[in-house]
Design a protein. Structure first.
Length: 97
């Protein structure tokens, strides 16, 4: 039975948004669904060359979908959220393997 990491992502994103003060433009449920899809793609790359670069690319995709106004221009709260997203994607991908 495939693992469903989406509820965990949703909980994490809701808490991260509260603690950082960052408003998720698309909402935690929608961002969690997108992040879970991206983590599933990353799961196919775990242990392969370029995996870390793929995590960073997907982190940026999810952050932009969440409404971060540019990863390179993120304020402190957004940077913290970006870090949380990166960690969640990496752990989520490994959990799916």
């Amino acid at each position: 039975m495939p693992k469903n990491i989406e509820p965990d992502f949703e909980d994490l994103l809701e808490e991260a948004a509260k603690s950082t003060g960052v408003e998720l433009v698309n909402g935690a449920k929608e961002v969690a669904a997108y992040a879970a899809q991206r983590a599933a793609v990353l799961a196919t790359l775990v242990g392969r060359p370029g995996y870390q670069q793929a995590v960073i690319a997907e982190r940026d995709n999810v952050a932009l979908f969440a409404g971060v106004s540019g990863v390179d221009k993120a304020d402190a709260g957004q940077q913290r959220l970006i870090g949380i997203i990166q960690g969640a994607l990496a752990l989520g991908a490994k959990a799916l393997v």
